[in-house]
Ligand binder design. Structure first.
Ligand code: TGC
Ligand code: FAD
Length: 388
């Protein structure tokens, strides 16, 4: 590569990072290059989440990394973003695992849980000894969680939970599911433990996307939940939606990694692919397409860094997260699809990364709020009118 600038970082975002943030980025980046990337092609083809990565991610302090105390690393939000970016450069499936464990399971326990719940779950989850999942989406429509049917009723000191959740990352491997249910006192979060009577899970097979990630359904048939397993700190939809804000923030960073992996692949490939007597990298059309990828990646990097700094100041608005989740997922999926095309027929082979990232990004642009949901969140902010 002849570029004097770093082709993955044309605006030198690295120079805007603190020493600690650079250290996090580099150590996770090395881990991904050495241990993750060599596994992901097979994992994707075999439709298996490589569970050996859980212990390694835990050892690196990547699980619940933003939490202070409880054996967690206590890193800032920019560091969490960089972790997501590096992991997703490997595969969206691994980033998904870390997003769910950190933002959707440990975050609500830390933010809304009792001290006893925090002591019981957070250190074990940080060590990767306990795995969590997050149940919000239901089979009849995930975009509108206010229409949830899953419900719980008090019965003496316990609650009785009924209903089902669909499309749940980690569903069948989780020791604890944070399940959001309607109650007479508002929407509450329940810690449903593996093995509780009436609680069942089922894996969703034959996915063409996020194949290196476990996705499943959760079923609750009169599951008796003790009061000690109810998150005491929240009784409204704000509870689950605030978790989504954390996870969406990480995704906005994460997809940059997937896009970088695709750009890197075509930068190399087009130097060696000789057509009509010259490498295709020397043609105007290919250069414009790769320049376009670089433009989109740079814009996404700037957006994410700014978002992270706002978040670290405690001034983040969910609308700002929606804008970045929308923008960056759209950029990444467009880049992955175009990279696939630049590889020609080779682009459909798992030997090259774009098709795997492209297929993964179909999930990433859908989960944590579809593109339309985020567009309407921004529209509502601009106009004051709720158009959902
Ligand atoms: P709305 O009336 O707007 O809000 C209800 C209350 O919640 C507050 N709120 C938020 N708080 C924090 N973060 C957010 N993003 C928030 N959005 C809303 C809001 O201020 C209000 O508070 P209060 O105090 O006034 O009561 O609620 P709505 O029912 O109109 O919903 C709006 C809408 C459509 C944006 C929301 O339902 C939505 O975001 N829908 C999309 C659902 C979604 O994203 N599901 C994701 C499921 S989890 C997942 O996909 C994991 S993938 C994991 C992986 O593998 O990485
Ligand atoms: P729907 O809500 O039925 O949407 C269908 C279409 O309608 C979409 O195109 C949507 O944009 C559009 N639409 C919706 N509202 C409007 C409107 N007002 N105007 C115009 N168009 C509209 N959920 C969890 O709770 N936990 C998890 O761990 C989790 N992991 C996931 C992992 C994977 C691999 C996938 C694919 C999904 C996961 N989800 C999870 C679910 C995910 O959040 C939902 O798929 C997503 O929120 C969309 O819900 P839906 O699939 O029911 O689509």
């Amino acid at each position: 590569m002849n570029s004097k600038l770093d082709p993955m970082d044309l605006y030198d975002i690295r120079s805007e990072l603190s020493e600690d943030e650079v250290m996090v980025k580099d150590s996770v980046g090395r881990y991904v290059d050495e241990k993750v990337i060599p596994l992901m092609r097979d994992a994707f083809e075999q439709h298996k989440f490589p569970r050996q990565l859980i212990g390694e991610a835990a050892e690196l302090g990547l699980l619940g990394s933003s939490i202070d105390g409880y054996d967690c690393a206590g890193l800032n939000s920019v560091s969490y973003g960089l972790i997501c970016q590096e992991l997703e450069r490997g595969d969206s499936g691994l980033r998904s695992f870390v997003s769910v464990q950190s933002s959707l399971v440990m975050f609500p326990i830390h933010t809304y849980g009792s001290e006893e719940q925090k002591q019981r779950w957070l250190p074990a989850m940080a060590r990767g000894e306990a795995i969590g999942c997050f149940g919000l989406t239901e089979p009849h429509g995930g975009s509108d969680p206010s229409n949830m049917k899953t419900h719980a009723k008090r019965d003496g000191d316990d609650w009785i939970l009924n209903g089902s959740k669909m499309w749940i990352t980690n569903a069948t491997i989780a020791d604890a599911a944070i399940v959001w249910a309607r109650t007479e006192e508002g929407v509450k979060g329940f810690i449903v433990e593996k093995g509780m009577s009436g609680f069942d899970t089922q894996e969703i097979e034959n996915k063409f996307s996020l194949r290196a990630s476990v996705t499943g359904a959760l079923f609750f048939n009169n599951v008796r939940i003790p009061e000690a397993n109810v998150l005491p700190g929240v009784s409204s939809l704000k509870g689950p939606l605030s978790c989504l804000t954390q996870a969406r923030y990480g995704i906005a960073w994460g997809v940059i990694g997937a896009a970088q992996a695709c750009l890197n692949e075509v930068l190399n490939y087009t130097q060696d692919r000789v057509l009509f007597g010259r490498p295709i990298a020397n043609t105007q059309a290919i250069q414009i397409r790769m320049a376009e990828m670089s433009r989109q990646i740079t814009a996404a990097q700037l957006m994410s860094l700014r978002l992270g700094r706002i978040k670290d100041k405690g001034q983040l608005s969910p609308t700002q997260v929606s804008l970045a989740k929308w923008n960056n997922c759209r950029a990444a999926i467009d880049i992955a699809r175009d990279a696939r095309d630049i590889l020609g027929g080779a682009g459909i082979s798992a030997e090259y990364v774009p098709i795997r990232h492209m297929l993964n990004l179909e999930s990433v642009i859908t989960y944590e709020g579809t593109e339309t949901v985020h567009q309407l969140v921004v529209g509502k902010e601009l106009t004051g009118v709720n158009a959902f």
